[in-house]
Design a protein around this ligand. Sequence first.
Ligand code: GLV
Ligand code: GLV
Length: 327
Amino acid sequence: TKPRILVTRAVFPDVVERLEQHFEVEANPEDAAYTKAELIAKLQDKDGVFTTPSTNMSEDVIHACPRLKAICNMAVGFNNIDLAAATRAGIMVTNTPDVLNETTADFAWALLLATARRVTESEHYLRAGKWQKWRYDTLLGMDIHGATLGILGMGRIGQAIARRSMGFDMRVIYHNRSRLDEQREARANNARYVSKEELLRTADHLVLALPYSPDVHHTIGADELALMKPSATLINIARGGIVDDAALIAALRANRLAAAGLDVFENEPAFDPGFLDLSNVVLTPHIASASEPTRRAMADCAAANLIAALTGAAPPNILNPEVNKKV
Ligand code: GLV
Ligand code: GLV
């Protein structure tokens, strides 16, 4: 008999069909948001689960599902899964790294350009019928070319963002848990490693590209925002919770920071409505990886991981390989 799996949210129908060749699949084409109790009930007879960032695989869910052997997330970020609890329970966890690096880096630039040059605000102005004449000071923004690009979190996505800055003749500085080797720094537009404090003080445009973990909760809060230039822009394509959103709203409201471009929020999709009252923000609904080919590649990658995990092969993107060694 085939292993049983749950696909927690809607996903490309042909990916579900591929999974059906290997598994008995309970899918969710209606994209219903299951309560914790519903999720636990559905997972009672399942060997594996295909999750998306909106599925919370917390410790209590993991403990309540003793049959589960694999959790395969359709995202590179996996803060929706308690990895330590899954590892203790002997459950394999996988993510989808690499396939989204370039698309996500493209989107960081879309947000950076839109934020610094006030693109969405300009369109609102035009649509609202406010455009009566050409004026020297209408919607003045900040330059990107020649500016200093700061990147916090210089992993594969951060490096892809840095590489794109070459065409804009920018200086790149970065901070990361560990320093890159010289070759990688050279490829990342000669990025220079600096302390977090120097990064905050010096960047004209600061892009957040670090993975979320409890260690980096509110790593950008009131104190950090106060170090930034009042003319600076802040771009977050990483995860909600890295930034203290209430502190960011206060800084933007007081013009202690020029502008922010945000694809991720605390408590998304129920983000702080204070953002909506601000004109100096560009807000998007967690879509940095959302190109058609990349979302397909992420779904295919998660499916391949799940198929490998439940057929005794090594899942290509396992996050807790120690689980596999035990069996
Ligand atoms: C999307 O946010 C991802 O982590 O892949
Ligand atoms: C602007 O439109 C210019 O002509 O400089």
